[in-house]
Ligand binder design. Sequence first.
Ligand code: G6P
Length: 620
Amino acid sequence: MCGIVGYVGSKSAVDFLLEGLYRLEYRGYDSAGLAVQQDHQIAIRKKTGRVGQLADLCERQPVTGTFGIGHTRWATHGEPSDINSHPHVGGNGEVVLVHNGVIENYSILRNQLRELGYVFRTGTDTEVVAHLVAHHLFEEIKLGANPGEIKTCLRAVESALKRVKGTYGLAMLFRDVPGLLIAARLGSPLVVGIGRGEHYLSSDAGPLVGRTEEVVYLSDHEIAVITPHELQIIHRDAGTQTPSVRTLEQTTSDLDLGDFDHYMLKEIYEQPQTVENALRGRLDEDEASAKFGGLNMQPQELRRVDRIILTACGTSWHAALVGEYLIEEFARIPVEVEYASELRYRNPPLTDRTMIFAITQSGETADTLAALRECKRKGHPTLAICNVVGSTIAREADGGIYLHAGPEIGVASTKAFTSQVTVLTLLALFLGRMRNLSYPAGKRIIGHLRAMPEKLRQTLGCHAAVKDIAQKYYQAENFLYLGRLYNFPVALEGALKLKEISYIHAEGYPAAEMKHGPIALVDEDTPSVFVVPRSNIYPKVVSNMEEIKARRGPIIAIACEGDDKIADLADDVIYVPDVDEYLQPLVTAIPLQLLAYEIALLRGCNVDRPRNLAKSVTVE
Ligand code: G6P
């Protein structure tokens, strides 16, 4: 939700700002803007639409300078428009800033500032912060402070932030102090990149890749005072902090599209490799178990756990549902899957033996972070299954497991899902082997897991068949996705993918449950996608298919290779390799990702940047 970049150094700021904004565009693409400072002038360019449109504007109306900030917006307060685009100006241009987050008390603050004579030009909550900082700057000056000094600006920011309620990642320039960039964080991520005689700022590490390998992640309530040669970090309560410098491990090739037309397709095709990455070094043949480097919990503590809460949002929540089935089957520990947005405000009775796992690709989802913090505050061990190294959730959890899937840039999550399911399978195996899963059973699971990257490679062979099927159905306005047991979450995920990128209404349901409502939607124009690989309840799912057929609903079946019978009932079949039931989500998810992709293309949709969505939802 909104991306921020900043630069202070000796190179052209606009080059980094635009390049960085392209890389952050997945966080929001309602509008984009930047501000560049030269001496005591700050020039602003901003525009509704994508970063490309901002780049065109900057070509027509060039800006020069070596200090700057930029923003790509996912609108919260105020419609997407040129005027509501960031940066926003405070006072008479003394402060220019960009913001990611939500200012909850903006209305009260705006009224107070209006009474003091400040004029508001936009419908955003952010403009309030700009005027508030300017106001405190004037107050400092009235008391005799020098407007050209860093400490004056810092004091103004500190005073302003004390009055703000809500969340923010902020980056600001000061007209009278060229080369000063002040950043502040509460709830919305920010990372500082350290260069030689230059500093970068960004919402995530992506824009810094290829520019620097040394980064400092800001924590909540920290303010960074950044100049080309200095970085000072001040915590609201703890005062000046020694920056903890970390090394970035990404490379620019992780961010390239390669031969693919879209990131989504590239990421779908990466899955054999990303699943392999999730398994690497974690299969313990001697113990017939899994091993993890970062759980930070002793076996005795883990053995005491008698209940697990998996909490997540979106696709990660679907992976958590698969995790519930896996952990309960292998480890016999009761598991509940909670939407993070609910868990954060609920007060479920948890005991001191309850362990919490947050599952998140980005590690920044506001609700997941809040749920994790709430459980942590209550004293529960909180762990994370996370993709982005150094993200807020990865840093705040007591321990966890990284996916090692590489950057996921397509807004609709694909490879993160299969990596999460892989890690959850490993976790179930690990917890199971601490309890009643036998050595031979553990060995068997390891053998099956080892085979998965190759099975996924084979699965991708279904792409041509999926393309033909997409051609047949892409004009449908409603879809049902149905599956049972391990394939029920896959049905939910398939429906979500289609909705997200093609804007077709789709519902995922447990196959048998469709009799309790969704079957009313079935007619000859409403395709049902049945996820029906071989399983103990295969005949039951086939009966559900019959029920749809009897109502003349078209059926697309995702079935195991060799299942010729299914073609008698289904109008179209996509075959996937036959794997054990608990591993089926890994192979059955892929054709559904491809189906959504192909249908979205045929409908002329932007698959990597679907409307209204953002990759990293850092607001509530
Ligand atoms: C957004 C994204 C989804 C993602 C969800 C949770 O809605 O568009 O693709 O599944 O957030 O994100 P997380 O990073 O926590 O997994």
